[in-house]
Design a protein around this ligand. Sequence first.
Ligand code: UD1
Length: 353
Amino acid sequence: MKVVSVVGARPQFVKLAPVAQALDGAGHEHVIVHTGQHYDAAMSDVFFADLRIPAPDVHLAIGSGSHGVQTGAMLAAIEPVLADAAPDWVLVYGDTNSTLAGAVAAVKLHLPVAHLEAGLRSFNRLMPEEHNRVLTDHAADLLLAPTEVAMNHLADEGLAARSELVGDVMTDVCLQVRDAVAGDAPPAGLDRGGYLVATIHRAENTDDPDRLRAVVGALEALPVPVLLLAHPRLRARCEQHGIALGTGAVVVADPLPYPAMVGAVVGSRGVVTDSGGLQKEAFLLGRPCTTLRTETEWPETLADGWNALLPGLGGLDEVAVRPAPTAARRVPYGSGDAASRTVEALARRVVGE
Ligand code: UD1
């Protein structure tokens, strides 16, 4: 079987890692296409190096741009690569503009396309990722879902026949890395168990200056140090609007490589974020998470209070430092074998075999 993976943004590199390993382990041919959506070393190269992902076979170097410009440039650049590779499957990951471009390029060429992390829904149509998910799911031939909830969303949209539950590949990586970093010292000289990890990058939190000022102000006022791992978009918007980063409780740092990020969460007392992936990682690593959004695509994390939605910011100083729940965590994301199940599902459904 020949598979072309299309990736481009940080969370996709994490998902690619176990899939590349599983494809290689099963002796399949794998071509990696990097759109170049993320291009800073800290947002891209370190993931390939740390997670031992083979270097991309093709790098399209598309870079940043408005949604239409970026997605359109990717679509045009991906098409000849897929036509030339003629794979059994084009595999797209998650919900970024690279996902949508890969899926559309593939279906226009009548190449079978599989969507990994299918069926997630926020039902928030203001999020660019929500459109990317819905459009990709409806275009794809095979929908590889991480959870029962995602399977139900796909069924509700008439897509059950094309859907298969494989589990969550980010869980595979997170559990593997957790064991490797256990015992590492917390970053920035922080005390183990005495700080929070924070990330903010979504447009709804960064692009309106009043909202951004309120979010940063709420983090500054927290009663324990807050390690703020600043995405380039956050830094750019703060600079643009004259918002200083690094005052009060906030300790600013660059985005961390994946293993260091897992280590930072393990060493923390909790997480404050608007990232989908980090909400789930906090859950898997047993740290309470406070999510600065109105909804989550990972509702399983809300069970027993492991994750709390706090879009209004009110009471963040108490909610963010609440103790970890005592209830045993459920296991909604699989047991770490989602990548091999993904590869099996693809191999089983190769057209013509
Ligand atoms: C993208 C995804 C989002 C994902 C996030 C992970 C879409 C619509 N959004 O959002 O789902 O959670 O990646 O980080 O695809 N920039 C740099 N260097 C980089 C990359 C970006 O400086 O390597 C800056 C640029 O100013 C750019 C901005 O960040 O315009 C936003 O980057 P972009 O890839 O458009 O979206 P993300 O916010 O990263």
